[in-house]
Write a protein that binds this ligand. Structure first.
Ligand code: ZN
Length: 672
């Protein structure tokens, strides 16, 4: 056992079990634990492959500032100011005010801005306004981002003080309350001075409902008013975020020269073209090339991809993942994709909503080598792209399970007391111990590779017809598909699960999480906002309610504590099939009212008593509900001008990494 001492935000200590001498836990603050991940197999790659990963990993870091600015207009100013304090503070660093500021800065780093990465609520600082002002005034002015504020420290303070301290200003990054103006009430920087109605009108006028290959209008731009006119500022070289994008392209050009094959080289070059022109047609061309590149061992995402940060689902945040295929583990996902048509044909969904021919669902297990932008420090465990439905239907999609990340989560949670506290009996505990990791990974494979890739929209139904409910419905669809098939005997037949009990580990964990334990991540009194969490509660509560009279799933009490008990796994699977059919119908028909009703009824609201109980029990375990990662460090070794090796190391801590990124990979001014 190694004891990690905390240096801020909490006086408690946490004990982290050590496995194979690798210390997974790096830092702990607020509701966050920062972990490390290993990159097994990197050393065995060829020099050229290592070189390619190195260049792509640099490109993955250069867009970090873009995401800060996308998340809120003042994020870069605030980060740069806080970092100036952190590095130049001459007072007592154990002072309560300073420690609170350090904690706040760590939270800003972790969330790429002043709003919680998951709940999207603005943080409440625990240092005082006077401490902040006084300290800023004592700093050498050349350490502060004052260029954007007429070189005036006072103007800088006046601009960001209310943004940090006034809880009503920019209160929520992504507001999903359909009853109010989603654009005006969201604090992201995708829009400025425009209303939701104006945004709708602007983009609807561009859309051609009969276009079989619709462009993702608005994906890579900010929409704002200038002198009373609507202006779109495109994120490209020569446009908005140009300085950061130039750096990304600089590394992509190097990567292009050491690509593994011509196909991959075309992918990289097409992405460069897109960054240069900002043309969304080129982005679609790039996406198609990317989907079709299946032979390369190394792969990457780099660009404006996911739209979770925009309540209207139009604007994409910048992100990057660099990875290489885990050849052994990929055999598992290859089996799944080889059988994709069987899964589509046999799903409980109405045949009108099924794909007649499932195109190129390619799935692989990958080892992440570098995470950037919206994938860092908090990171997904599975990814399925591209997002454009017509490309998915015509050309297929690529889906990945990031196993070195799920492995790090698993190792870091060994022996932390969570199961002992929340799992009903030894039967379920044993199931989870034996099959939990395997069943979890399988569910992720199925979610990404089959779930998101399954089904189709009826002709004329728009991809964003479900508006703010779209993301929750889509995640539920993918989860349900995965849950439904995890319990199928086909899994054992295909050798993906060892026996017909193994799926029960996933069912139990899913229900326990959806009904109870994911509430540990929500502040008391708050509703659930984030789409994946909404989706999990939607499924769990719906199944619970529909199975109530048959006691399929129960919440039982023991010693004043609530536990999930599943009495009938087979019936639970039937219910999952029923909900999958309904959710697919909603998606395929674009039935907004039905989506709204389901989400509002099952996914959003929280049982206050249960919430408090779960929070109290969880607090006693002293665990962090959210986790993220520091990246490894890659060091190119040169002999003269010639690159002869790339070394990977794992010894950087969270603060060191964040400060280094801000120093070496920050290319944007405080205001953009
Ligand atoms: Zn998903």
């Amino acid at each position: 056992m190694s004891i990690l001492t905390l240096n801020s935000c909490s006086e408690k200590e946490i004990a982290t079990p050590k496995t194979d001498n690798f210390v997974y836990s790096v830092d702990r603050f607020a509701d966050i634990e920062v972990l490390r991940y290993k990159v097994p197999g990197f050393e065995d790659l060829s020099l050229k492959q290592k070189e390619l990963i190195y260049y792509l990993s640099q490109a993955a870091l250069e867009g970090r500032d873009i995401l800060y600015d996308q998340n809120n207009k003042y994020n870069l100013t605030i980060r740069k100011t806080l970092e100036a304090i952190y590095e130049n503070y001459k007072g007592d660093r154990n002072d309560k005010e300073f420690l609170a500021l350090e904690c706040y800065l760590k939270r800003v780093w972790f969330s790429n801005g002043i709003h919680h990465h998951y709940a999207t609520d603005k943080f409440t600082p625990e240092f005082s306004e006077s401490f902040f002002e006084t300290t800023v005034r004592t700093l050498p002015s050349n350490t502060l981002p004052i260029q954007a504020y007429d070189n005036s420290v006072e103007k800088l303070i006046a601009a960001i003080k209310p943004v940090i301290f006034d809880s009503t200003l920019y209160a929520k990054r992504v507001n999903q309350n359909e009853d109010i103006d989603l654009v005006k009430n969201s604090a992201n920087n995708y829009y400025e001075g425009v209303s939701e109605a104006e945004v709708d009108q602007y983009y609807n006028s561009k859309k051609d409902p009969n276009d079989p290959m619709p462009i993702s209008w608005g994906l890579n731009s900010k929409l704002m008013k200038e002198n009373g006119n609507l202006v779109e500022k495109t994120w490209k070289i020569g446009g908005m975020y140009s300085d950061a994008i130039q750096k990304i392209v600089y590394w992509l050009e190097k990567a292009s020269k050491v690509a593994e094959n011509e196909e991959q080289q075309r992918v990289i070059n097409s992405l460069i073209d897109y960054y240069e022109s900002g043309d969304l047609l080129t982005f679609d061309e790039y996406s198609i090339l990317w989907v079709k590149d299946l032979d390369s061992r190394i792969d990457f995402i780099n660009g404006f991809i996911e739209t979770y940060g925009d309540p209207l689902g139009l604007k994409a945040s910048w992100e990057s993942v660099v990875n290489f295929k885990d050849l052994e583990a990929t055999k598992r996902t290859e089996i799944i994709s080889e059988n994709a048509q069987w899964f589509e044909d046999n799903s409980p969904v109405d045949s009108r909503f099924k794909k007649e021919a499932v195109h190129g669902v390619s799935a692989k297990v990958i080892t992440a080598a570098m995470l950037g932008g919206d994938c860092h420090p908090a990171t997904p465990i599975g990814i399925n792209l591209p997002n454009a439905n017509w490309i998915r239907q015509m050309h297929g999609s690529k889906s990945v399970t990031i196993e070195n990340i799920t492995d790090a989560y698993d190792k870091a949670s060994l022996g932390n007391g969570f199961s002992d506290e929340f799992v009903w009996s030894d039967t379920e505990k044993e199931l989870i111990e034996k099959y939990g990791f395997q069943a979890d990974n399988l569910h992720t494979d199925l979610h990404e590779c089959l779930g998101h890739g399954s089904g189709k929209l009826l002709p004329g139904v728009s991809q964003d017809a479900l508006r703010a409910y779209g993301a929750t419905i889509e995640e539920a669809r993918a989860d349900l598909f995965g849950l439904y098939y995890a319990a199928d005997e086909k899994m054992v037949e295909l050798g993906l699960l060892p026996n017909e009990d193994a799926y029960k580990a996933e069912y139990y964990k899913y229900m326990m999480n959806g009904l109870m334990t994911q509430l540990t991540r929500i502040e008391l009194g708050n509703n659930i906002e984030e789409s994946h969490m909404r989706n999990r509660q939607l499924i769990a509560r719906w199944v619970f309610e529909k199975g109530e009279k048959d006691k399929v799933v129960e919440i039982k009490e023991r010693d004043g504590k609530s536990f999930v008990v599943i009495n009938d796994y087979k019936k639970m699977r039937d219910l999952i099939g029923n909900l999958l059919a309904e959710i697919q119908r909603i998606k395929s028909e674009g039935d907004f009212e039905a989506a709204k009703e389901l989400v509002e009824k099952y996914a959003v609201k929280v049982d206050q008593n249960l919430h408090k109980e779960i929070k109290d029990r969880y607090a006693r375990l002293n665990l962090a509900p959210y986790k993220g990662f520091v990246n490894p460090v890659y060091k190119p070794i040169y002999d003269g001008d010639k690159l002869v090796d790339v070394e990977v190391s794992y010894d950087e801590n969270f603060v060191e990494q964040m400060l280094r990124y801000s120093k070496n990979h920050s290319h944007l001014p405080a205001l953009n």
